[in-house]
Design a binder for this molecule. Structure first.
Ligand code: HEC
Ligand code: HEC
Length: 210
């Protein structure tokens, strides 16, 4: 990194906490678009909560946590499930949803507070931390942090990972590797195909604790 860019990065890093403190909200993001949250709550209580929990907190590792996930990402995945671009249990669940309902569901879950796990296997977590932040330059794996962010917050274009169940992350990495996650955009396939079994376990565990 050259010096001017480094200076800007440092300045930004120093500024950010102050900016966040002024607009202190549980989740710092753009104001929610105008959506029908009442309708979202009806749908969640009627169906989604059975698997993902009433607040998207999902107590079972089989079902991904949705709390704190980016609304745009949720809406896109629902549209992909509806259209059959991504395959799984969710195809039936998304079949009847309208675009407005998908947007509202995204906003509903996006506003919920995310949790994270306490990591018990410290050594494995440490391997995961290395992969997450540094990648593996020996096998050509990019650092996860370079896209998903150092805290796993993701962005509007890519998912939040922080606090997700390790088993779900692991499952998705395996699906990306085999191209079974049929709506992927090839980036995650390239990454997952270079991860070893140990790296998959370790990075999934580390992410669950972010
Ligand atoms: C019968 C259980 C079940 C129900 C009910 C259910 N889901 Fe899911 N959902 C899953 C499973 C399992 C996955 C993981 C992907 C897969 O394997 O299909 C998932 C994945 C998702 C994802 C993708 C998450 C990610 O990180 O990529 C979203 C978004 C989602 N569900 C939203 C919803 C919404 C909204 C509802 C209610 C309309 C709902 N789900 C109802 C089981 C369920
Ligand atoms: C070059 C950018 C980039 C890098 C580096 C990257 N990812 Fe991703 N990741 C994405 C994008 C984009 C998606 C959205 C899915 C898609 O479109 O294929 C994604 C999706 C995911 C998902 C699915 C999340 C969900 O909720 O279903 C997981 C898990 C994941 N990435 C893990 C990782 C891990 C672990 C690493 C590091 C070894 C990593 N990613 C590195 C861009 C990246």
């Amino acid at each position: 990194m050259n010096k001017p860019i480094l200076a800007v990065a440092v300045a930004l890093a120093l500024l950010t906490p102050a900016v966040f403190a002024q607009t202190a909200k549980p989740l710092a993001r753009a104001p929610a678009p105008n959506v029908d949250l009442k309708r979202a709550i009806e749908i969640v209580n009627g169906r989604c909560s059975l698997c993902h929990g009433a607040e998207g907190e999902s107590a079972s590792p089989i079902f991904p946590r949705l709390a704190g996930q980016h609304p745009e990402y949720i809406a896109k995945q629902l549209a992909d499930f509806k259209a059959g671009r991504r395959k799984g249990t969710m195809n039936d669940q998304a079949a009847e949803l309208t675009d407005d309902e998908m947007k509202a569901l995204g906003v509903f879950f996006g506003e919920k507070k995310a949790k994270s796990y306490a990591i018990r296997e410290e050594d494995l977590g440490a391997v995961g931390r290395y992969i997450y932040h540094k990648g593996n330059s020996f096998s050509g794996v990019a650092s996860c942090a370079s896209c998903h962010g150092p805290k796993g917050d993701g962005t509007v274009q890519l998912p939040r990972l922080a606090g997700q169940h390790a088993a779900y992350i692991e499952g998705q990495l395996k699906e990306f590797n085999k191209r079974e996650r049929t709506n992927d955009n090839a980036i995650m396939h390239a990454i997952a195909s270079k991860l070893t079994e140990l790296e998959v376990k370790a990075v999934s565990l580390y992410i669950s604790g972010l």
